[in-house]
Design a binder for this molecule. Structure first.
Ligand SMILES: Cc1cc2nc3c(=O)[nH]c(=O)nc-3n(C[C@H](O)[C@H](O)[C@H](O)COP(=O)(O)OP(=O)(O)OC[C@H]3O[C@@H](n4cnc5c(N)ncnc54)[C@H](O)[C@@H]3O)c2cc1C
Length: 392
């Protein structure tokens, strides 16, 4: 958004903070958490153009997962077994940090359920392929098992699948309740909401952030915008690509889906909410061009595919009513790995972006990595390091 002379209220509204975090999603709030933990005297501002969780963090499916078994396979092909395992373990660590630091014993406050997750095989060929992935995951000592068609029918209510790889330790959550829970732990953080950040300017010894209503001066900035990152930092334009994801939620149904599932063929995922609603998301591959956008909208093409799936892949859902339809914006990188680190073109500006569809399974841990890098100069793992692209 541009700002007119008349609308500019920022001129005489200077605010000073030690640190400013731009973006109030899971990434921004997690960054605030780890910063406060490191130094409880820091004065921190979290700035968002909308509200807490208005981005993908309040619009996702609530899978706290390491990803599908096919995701592991892609990592294995891309990086080899050792690195693929390291990246998988990073998400396991994300889940365990979330439980230890934020959720603690109060699982019900965020509707956290330890369900495991399944990657289902839609055809006999896929099933053969999945046995090989299963063997690789076992070789990596990842806690998986193969489940058959009957098991899927009884525990996930789905039909016409050959079987699945089940990973035992994934979970599901209410994403917005999680954000609120993180907020409840923050003591020194001020929220500047409904304030779009327009620009970052380097002054002699500090950075000026301009929003419509304020000029915020601080020493360090953490940009936590994921799919929106290149709108503020144009140097990321070729590296973080916004992509839309769409979801439907049905009316409440009796329980029949035990946990989150991935049907990779359609980039599709589904789960049943604790209150009975079936959530189905994905099918981006039905309109690759159209979904290549940072614009929030539910479109017929994807919504019809989601509804068709919800009505035809389960035993008792043929006439189910759809109560919610929404979309959210994700950020993808070319190698599907996040970008974390200090922006070499803007000293003092650190960022994390490009969760590539897995931010709930990564961001709490990635924010820790970003903060430890910024404050203690602990190196970012090479596969997440921002410099792998910006210094090239
Ligand atoms: C439909 C859908 C389903 C998904 N399901 C899952 C899932 O089940 N599990 C999983 O791991 N991941 C899932 N994801 C991905 C996950 O939601 C994201 O990776 C994660 O939420 C990104 O968090 P974030 O805080 O980095 O970004 P966001 O949550 O997008 O937050 C960015 C914030 O920046 C603000 N902002 C943007 N521009 C400006 C500006 N100029 N000034 C100030 N503020 C600005 C926005 O308002 C927003 O609040 C899903 C995503 C979608 C869209």
């Amino acid at each position: 958004m541009t700002i007119s002379y008349w609308l500019d209220e920022s001129a005489n509204h200077q605010k000073n903070f030690d640190v400013a975090i731009i973006g109030a999603g899971i990434a921004g709030l997690s960054a605030a958490y780890w910063l406060e933990k490191k130094d409880s005297t820091l004065k921190i501002a979290v700035i968002d153009k909308n509200a807490v969780g208005a981005g993908a963090s309040g619009r996702n499916a609530g899978f706290i997962t390491c990803g599908s078994a096919e995701h592991f396979n892609k990592l294995n092909i891309q990086f080899g077994l050792a690195k693929a395992t390291e990246i998988w373990r990073f998400s396991e660590e994300n889940r365990e940090h979330l439980k230890k630091e934020i959720i603690q014993d109060d699982l019900s406050s965020v509707d956290y359920l330890n369900t495991g997750s399944c990657t289902v095989a839609p055809s006999a060929d896929d099933w053969v392929h999945y046995q090989k992935i299963f063997a690789d995951m076992q070789a990596a000592q990842i806690d998986v098992e193969l489940v058959d068609e009957q098991y899927l029918k009884e525990n996930y209510g789905v039909r016409n699948f050959q079987g699945a790889i089940q990973y035992k330790h994934d979970g599901v959550i209410h994403p917005l309740k999680l954000l609120k829970k993180i907020q409840s732990k923050l003591k020194n953080t001020t929220y500047l909401l409904a304030e779009e950040v327009f620009s970052l300017t380097h002054l002699a010894s500090e950075i000026k952030i301009t929003t419509q209503r304020h000029q915020i001066h601080c020493k360090k900035v953490f940009v936590c915008l994921n799919g929106f990152a290149s709108q503020l930092l144009p140097e990321l334009k070729n590296f973080v690509h916004p992509q839309r994801g769409q979801v439907i939620v049905t009316e409440p149904l009796p329980p029949f889906v035990k946990g989150p599932c991935y049907l990779v063929k359609h980039l599709c995922y589904f789960r049943q909410l604790p209150t009975g609603e079936l959530l189905v998301g994905g099918f981006r591959n039905h309109d690759i061009e159209g979904e290549n956008t940072a614009h929030d909208a539910a479109t017929d093409k994807i919504q019809n595919a989601l509804a068709e799936f919800a009505k035809s892949y389960f035993e008792n859902t043929a006439n189910v009513k759809i109560n919610y339809r929404w979309s959210g914006i994700m950020g993808f990188t070319a190698d599907n790995q996040m970008l974390i680190g200090e922006n070499p073109l803007r000293p003092g500006v650190h960022l994390m972006a490009g969760c590539s569809g897995h931010g709930m399974g990564l961001s709490f841990n990635s924010a820790r990595v970003m903060i430890e890098n910024a404050i203690d100069q602990i190196p970012v793992p090479a596969h997440f390091d921002l410099n792998r692209i910006l210094l090239k």
